[in-house]
Ligand binder design. Sequence first.
Ligand code: ZN
Length: 129
Amino acid sequence: MSAHIEHFREDLFRVAADGRVRLLASRCADCGQVYFPRATICVACGGSDLADTEIGPDAELFSFSRVHMPTLNFKPPYLAGLGLVEGLRVFAPVIDVDQPAVGMKLELRALALGDGSRLGYAFYPWRTA
Ligand SMILES: [Zn+2]
């Protein structure tokens, strides 16, 4: 295993000192609309004055599906979730949740992918670690 751990995409998130994830987003200075991933044009008002901001780690489960197909980074079955992060829908795996329920509180934390050499993010139970 490599000693160097890379984010699967450098421009999507950062891991705070507490291990929780902040998503790298943009906020429109004109209307306040937030975008993740970052955007340069606001499709809500047409504005182009967007500033970098961070959202998360708090989230609420909006929808989920139990996945039975293996993928590069996950062995089935696992939970794929759509979470609301400051009102935005964010797709990520749901880890350590046995009884998922729409509306439950979750948080974004870092997740080692594959052989551990890459870092992603996932939804975890809220404030349990
Ligand atoms: Zn706008």
